[in-house]
Design a protein around this ligand. Structure first.
Ligand code: UTP
Length: 288
């Protein structure tokens, strides 16, 4: 097994962030000076992937524009001799080979993944949710790929969440207590279980490596929780699935507290230039 392609679903409505998401994709919500989906693409690239498929939909054109070359802007920056800005703008268009496919109806994450079938074919692929940023020493996707390739198995990133939050997640059923860093078998998953019915508090975090078996599993899956085609329901049908406990910080940008937390924590921990230094000072003043 060799994982050389990534799929990023970014077609959802983002209702939890309305009205901001009425006319702009939630995946374009900025965290500091970059849109969320740029962090996601960069994570895939850091994991060695250069072939990326973004699943888009109606009203998501800003995503394509962001990763496209902008001749006019580049000329402006060149004549203004703003070379550092010019470099940053150019790098975005050169990050990876990015392809797009449109999800016709927003029928859920499982439905969105179905649209990747023609692009990925029979290969295993990385799947990264376009609204989730993960900050970790080793990129989460890299760690998943390493484990998936070693065990020739679909492998999913999991995180222990507070028990009260379990009903918002897909949750793993495991036989043995996992040791950190290495992967472990997952026997089952439950999508959005009631707190008392949850098999664990190990929640799916938005990063996966899946074998192409997932496409047949999705075809034979019917709509589940929320009337949507749930990816978790299809993953349950795979022969072998392993989990890796996430070591890092995860931000689901689709909800306001987590988006705010991402801005504050990433400003606090990052030190890459003048703008962030100013933001860091502000945060320190406000929260000291
Ligand atoms: P969410 O589960 O957060 O759903 O999607 P959502 O519709 O975007 O947001 P809310 O719940 O209405 O606030 C997780 C990821 O899956 C994508 C989203 O774009 C997001 O990146 N997604 C979701 C799709 O691509 N298609 C869908 O039909 C649903």
């Amino acid at each position: 097994m060799e994982v050389s392609k990534a799929v990023i679903p970014a077609a959802g409505f983002g209702t939890r962030f309305l009205p901001v998401t009425k006319a702009q994709p939630k995946e374009m919500m900025p965290v500091l000076d970059k849109p969320t989906i740029q962090y996601v693409v960069e994570e895939a690239v850091q994991a060695g992937i250069h072939d990326i498929l973004i699943i888009t939909g109606r009203g998501k054109q800003a995503i394509e524009r962001h990763f496209d070359k902008s001749y006019e802007l580049e000329e402006e920056l060149k004549s203004a001799e703003k070379y550092d800005r010019l470099d940053r703008v150019r790098q975005i268009a050169e990050l990876a080979d990015i392809h797009y496919v449109r999800q016709k109806e927003r029928d859920g994450l499982g439905d969105a993944v179905r649209y990747a079938k023609n692009h990925v074919g029979d290969d295993a692929f990385a799947l990264l949710l376009g609204d989730t940023i993960i900050q970790s020493d080793i990129p989460c996707t890299e760690q998943l790929i390493r484990e998936a390739e070693a065990h020739e198995s679909s492998t999913i990133s999991l995180e222990r969440v507070p028990w009260d939050d379990v009903p918002s997640y897909g949750v793993a059923d495991i036989e043995t207590t996992p040791s950190s860093q290495s992967s472990f078998p997952v026997t089952d998953f439950v999508e959005k279980p009631a707190r008392d019915a949850a098999p664990s508090n190990l929640a799916i975090t938005g990063r996966y490596v899946l074998t192409s078996e997932i496409f047949d599993a999705l075809e034979s899956t019917t709509k589940g929780v929320g009337g949507e085609l749930q990816l978790t329901d299809a993953i349950r049908k795979l022969d072998s699935v392993r989990g890796v406990e996430l070591e890092g910080d995860r931000y689901d940008i689709g909800n306001i507290p987590s988006w705010l937390q991402a801005n504050i924590e990433m400003a606090h921990h990052h030190d890459d230039g003048e703008m962030n230094a100013a933001v860091q000072n502000l945060i320190e003043e406000q929260f000291a």
